[in-house]
Design a protein around this ligand. Structure first.
Ligand SMILES: Nc1ncnc2c1ncn2[C@@H]1O[C@H](COP(=O)(O)OP(=O)(O)OP(=O)(O)O)[C@@H](O)[C@H]1O
Length: 275
């Protein structure tokens, strides 16, 4: 058992999972922006998309026409830039026709996820961000079980502010507790709409559900990202939102999450390791 675990992601320093109880709350958007932010901070980053039925990461990074190649050590990730500081792996790169649906039963999905965790040749990553499927299905349980065995550093739970989405995250929180997965914190996405003309923020949905849940669950509240049409557009055309719109509230919130909750965690660990 231990030797099997030792082979999983051996060149990766830190692993963070992005989870949501519900589909469509912006999990892939958050995974992508956190990866880009970490890259901008000078780290070597991997982004692993294990949302097998809805692999949207390749499109969000403008990589939809890319394919992975095989080398002696396994699959070589697709890199976003020639300096190879952000590598991406997704089932979307393996489909012969990009519009093909993935219609696999549970065991095949579980095997594919295991393969993604063992057969991708990541070269000395500082961070691996893993975008997971929504929910807590059988498939999801096996994903988390696999990751738990490879010292996952934290789970970032994404919700929208409405009660129904927050309720789903509450279940995800319980699930993390039961599987021993450390929760980095809860992030509220699509929280209010910032008017591009006057910058006033209007709360279209309800407000603060994720923050209350974080308080109740005694886990950090990471922040809230407003609905930003520039972010939607950047995701659609594969533009780097963090560099193009660095001053926006959304980009600044991603930067603050990375600095205060992800890098900070590493600094804390380094401090205690040096004591
Ligand atoms: N804060 C935001 N501002 C504007 N658009 C957003 C924001 N967050 C997400 N979106 C848009 O909402 C849509 C859904 O987001 P995304 O695909 O990230 O959700 P998801 O939770 O990963 O969905 P799925 O469950 O299908 O994997 C995308 O078009 C994305 O660009």
């Amino acid at each position: 058992m231990a030797s099997e675990n030792a082979q999983i992601l051996p060149n990766v320093k830190r692993i963070f999972l992005v989870l949501s109880g519900k589909g469509g709350v912006g999990k892939s958007t958050v995974s992508t922006q956190l990866a880009l932010t970490l890259q901008n901070c000078g780290f070597k980053v991997g982004l692993l998309d294990i949302d097998l039925c809805g692999p949207s990461i390749p499109r969000m990074l403008g990589l939809e026409n890319s394919s992975v190649h095989q080398c002696a050590q396994g699959w070589v990730p697709v890199y976003t830039t020639p300096d190879q500081t952000l590598g991406v792996m997704s089932v979307g790169f393996l489909l012969a026709n990009k519009d093909d649906p993935v219609v696999w039963r549970g065991p095949k999905k579980t095997a594919m996820i295991k393969q993604f965790l063992t057969d991708v040749y990541w070269q000395d990553l500082d961070y691996l961000i893993i975008d997971t499927p929504p929910g807590t299905s059988d498939e999801h349980i096996s994903v988390m079980e696999n990751l738990k065995s490879v010292r996952c550093d934290g789970a970032i739970l994404v919700t929208t502010p409405q009660a129904v989405a927050v309720g789903d995250v509450r279940r995800e929180l319980t699930f993390c507790r039961k599987t021993g997965l450390k929760v980095t914190g809860i992030l509220e996405n699509m929280c209010g709409y910032v008017c591009p003309h006057c910058s006033e923020c209007t709360n279209i949905f309800s407000y603060g559900g994720g923050e209350s849940l974080a308080e109740m669950g005694k886990v950090p509240f990471l922040g809230r990202i407003p609905i930003d049409p520039k972010l939607t557009k950047a995701m659609e055309c594969g533009e780097n939102f963090i560099t193009s719109f660095n001053e926006s509230v959304a980009a600044q919130t991603f930067i603050s999450i990375v600095k205060n909750f992800i890098i900070q965690q590493e600094e804390n660990i380094d401090v205690s390791e040096n004591q």
